[in-house]
Design a binder for this molecule. Structure first.
Ligand code: GRG
Length: 297
């Protein structure tokens, strides 16, 4: 990663954290436990990939950072809620996330469920503060995020994942692709689309960004599956090697590591191609795609 791209990511992380800090109730706000727990998971670390994509998409469409901060913060709240709930004993039952004890380990299961609920809810409170543009009103923003987070996408993917658990039979490639698209690519794509919508993006460019987001989102999950096999828990900040141990259907399980890496590279190339209409303005989005392909955590 070049020094300038690395400073760009750090700078964007700071901008996102400042915005989140401003939107979230203070930890001492009554009842303190829930607000402390929301902040604990939100500020535990994390790459801030989804909000950074929102901001980069707004800039690629000629918009500005300020107006994209609300949707950027909202998507990070949804993402963090999904991680908290995914880690619960009734789901993936994990005790490590973002290098820290998971929410239920620290606060107990009841508070962890409520913390996820509170982050899901506040996401829409924050999103509603996004300035409307000529083409997109607050209703359009809410529909975008609600659809990506709901039963046809994020939650739907999790349902299929849960149902596949404990089965000796691996999923078919189209089934696995559908889960990855729902669970991972949909929220990433919505993050990008929301950022672009704050810049009053044209329908044509919005479609190009959708192709970029879906390809990048799928590539991201293929790499995530690969890292689960090849990296340590310490490096990832979450439990590694779980997919294999639980006989989970993943890209490496279905295709092997080498074919999975090739697939991630093919999807990343498709993401780059979708950026053509943006010329130089799409440079950051292109760099993000490359960074995600080559990441090691
Ligand atoms: C429980 C409603 C509900 C949904 C769960 C998103 C999800 C569905 C589960 C989380 C676990 C998982 C494997 C999700 C797939 C997406 C993914 C790889 C998330 C991790 O995202 P990163 O790497 O995490 O961006 P950080 O911590 O960097 O933000």
């Amino acid at each position: 990663m070049s020094d300038s791209f690395s400073s760009y990511l750090k700078e964007r992380c700071k901008t996102v954290d400042r915005a989140l800090n401003g939107y979230l109730p203070q930890a001492r706000t009554r009842p303190g436990t829930i607000h402390e727990a929301m902040r604990y998971s939100l500020f535990a670390g994390g790459k801030r990939l989804r909000p950074i994509l929102s901001l980069a998409a707004a800039e690629a469409c000629g918009g500005n950072l300020e107006e994209a901060l609300a949707p950027a913060s909202a998507v990070e709240c949804i993402h963090t809620y999904s991680l908290i709930h995914d880690d619960l004993p009734c789901m993936d039952d994990d005790d490590l996330r973002r290098g820290m004890p998971t929410s239920h380990v620290k606060y107990g299961e009841g508070i962890a469920v409520l913390t996820g609920d509170a982050l899901l809810t506040i996401a829409f409170e924050i999103l509603a503060q996004t300035p409307p543009t000529k083409r997109y009103d607050v209703g359009a923003y809410v529909t975008e995020l609600a659809t990506a987070s709901g039963s046809r996408h994020l939650i739907g993917g999790q349902v299929m994942d849960l149902e596949g658990e404990g089965s000796d039979v691996l999923l078919s490639p189209p089934q696995l692709k559908f889960i990855h698209q729902s669970k991972t690519a949909a929220l990433l794509t919505a993050s990008i689309r929301l950022g672009a919508m704050t810049a009053n993006v044209t329908p044509g460019k919005l479609e190009a960004l959708t192709v970029y987001g879906q390809s990048l989102g799928l590539a991201f999950q293929v790499i995530d599956d690969i890292l689960d096999v090849t990296q340590t828990s310490e490096k990832l900040g979450k439990s590694a090697g779980k997919d294999e141990a639980t006989n989970k259907s993943t890209y490496p399980a279905l295709f092997g590591l080498e074919k999975s890496r090739k697939e991630a590279a093919r999807l990343t190339k498709k993401a780059h191609e979708a950026l053509k209409p943006f010329g130089k303005k799409g440079q950051r989005l292109g760099e993000i795609a490359e960074y995600l392909l080559n990441r090691d955590y």
